[in-house]
Design a protein around this ligand. Structure first.
Ligand SMILES: [Fe+2]
Ligand SMILES: [Fe+2]
Length: 467
């Protein structure tokens, strides 16, 4: 098999012997990791997967049944038709960097490693879910997400190997050595050490946590470091499917809950579904954990990344007129003397918060769509997003307790009041009890409604995974 068949790419891999060697040495280690930490119990099964074999219209999404270990993890950078200078920061308008400027080496490496580490982490978090899939359709979607997170790891490892020499090779190996939830060698970000024990959590994770990925990648897709920008642009095309899986997964759970409530006099559990208020607690948990991923509200790191032209705002080029962000403030609520007050924060120090604002708006739009589905099913209950201060572990709010309305809680029962809005042991036991594999083509578990259409317009009873 030729190199380009083994590692599909549009980065002229065959012309760079050193890089080729580095990647060929890393590839078997990646496969070992995949066999050990990838989806358990399905490695020899044929799965109907989308594979990117080139970046053009026909090549980026080819569908076929493949065994996951044979998936062709490739390296793709979105081509740019026009010359694009550095778009923001201290030196907007200068030529984009094609190599890593010495003074930016450490911050760039940190950005790449932090992003890269999340990709294998999520595969690890999801590795047992296949055994309790609600349908073959969902099983296939899980595996699609998994192999693409694997490819995203390849994307970041390419940058490390290509631009960071020996340090990069060491970092690439570390990516395969850390383990989600392992106390001795955990993944870098805490959200990626939280277990995903059931499919409701999986849908919340792909809805909220993968969506953080969309915003981080979106900010890096503005970067003045051209290879990073183009890599992230291509990753975003794949990410859209992950978000689809999450959002529609929650819609289907809510729809089914409303239907079962009607059939069983309001008692969703009697019908074997997940009550809407229980779904709400899972939303609270994963939304709040995902907000942590944007970092501190007030951050000098985010200011540095912006100043260097490495990480911009979401849609920086299109959305903003002033790309220096030297002037202006963002009003950030902080806790002072036991109450919430507004701190005027220089814009550059509030870049994390700008990104989080855009993210929250996006999530609110999805929340509206969930409520529309509930309305269609004749339910009166609605779901909401908790306030951004609720249940946070990073940033201004981590040292305090807030309820889901964002009100500061004091007193001895504060922690209990936060816990009351999160999934409890009973919720976990109930949702866990519903997790039984349904693998007949076209059949769905009782707690979730079927999707409106199949993947790649396949019929309802299509055998997405051949068991
Ligand atoms: Fe990813
Ligand atoms: Fe993703």
């Amino acid at each position: 098999m030729s190199l380009d068949d083994r590692i599909p790419n549009n980065v002229d891999l065959h012309t760079d012997r050193r890089l080729q060697k580095a990647l060929e040495q890393w590839q078997p280690k990646f496969l070992d990791w995949w066999m050990e930490m990838g989806p358990e119990g399905f490695q020899t099964k044929d799965v109907y997967l989308r594979t990117a074999i080139s970046v053009d219209r026909d090549g980026w999404a080819t569908f076929d049944h493949v065994k996951m270990p044979d998936y062709r993890w490739g390296i793709f950078l979105t081509p740019e038709e026009r010359k694009r200078p550095v778009g923001f920061g201290d030196n907007p308008g200068v030529e984009s960097f094609e190599e890593v400027p010495g003074e930016f080496r450490n911050p760039l490496r940190r950005l790449i490693v932090t992003q890269g580490d999340t990709e294998p982490a999520s595969v690890e978090q999801q590795r047992l879910l296949g055994q309790t899939c609600p349908s073959l359709y969902d099983l296939r979607n899980l595996f699609q997400v998994n192999v693409e997170e694997g490819r995203h790891l390849w994307a970041m490892v390419y940058l490390l190997h290509r631009f960071f020499g020996r340090d990069g090779r060491e970092e690439a190996d570390e990516m395969l050595a850390r383990r989600s939830g392992d106390p001795d060698k955990p993944r870098i970000l805490e959200t990626f050490n939280q277990p995903i024990k059931n499919w409701l959590s999986f849908f919340c994770f792909t809805m909220f946590t993968d969506r953080d990925g969309k915003y981080q990648l979106g900010a890096l897709a503005e970067s003045g470091f051209a290879p990073m920008r183009r890599t992230c642009q291509f990753m975003l095309t794949e990410e859209a499917h992950h978000l689809f899986v999450g959002e529609t997964g929650i819609t289907r759970v809510l729809r089914r809950a409303a239907q079962l409530a009607k059939e069983h006099g309001g008692d969703v559990k009697a019908g074997g579904g997940i009550p809407i208020e229980m779904v709400q607690r899972y939303i609270n948990y994963w939304f709040s954990y995902s907000l942590d991923l944007f970092g501190s509200e007030i951050s000098s790191n985010s200011s540095d990344y912006f100043a260097m032209g490495l990480k911009g705002r979401f849609d920086e080029e299109k959305k903003y007129a002033d790309h220096s962000a030297r002037e202006g403030f963002l009003e950030v609520p902080v806790v002072e003397d036991g109450r919430i007050t507004i701190r005027q924060t220089p814009l550059r120090n509030a870049m994390n918060e700008c990104l989080r604002d855009d993210y929250i708006k996006d999530c609110e739009a999805a929340c509206k769509r969930w409520n529309r589905a509930l309305e269609e099913e004749g339910a009166e209950q609605r779901v909401t997003l908790p306030n951004r201060r609720f249940h946070r572990h990073i940033g201004e709010y981590a040292q305090h307790k807030f309820n889901s309305a964002g009100e500061l809680l004091t007193g001895p029962d504060a922690a209990a009041r936060v816990a009351a809005e999160l999934p409890n042991a009973e919720d976990e036991a109930w949702v866990g009890s519903l997790m039984k594999a349904v693998t007949k083509p076209g059949a769905f578990a009782n707690w979730i409604a079927p999707p409106k259409v199949g993947i790649n317009s396949m019929p309802a009873d299509f055998e997405y995974v051949k068991l």
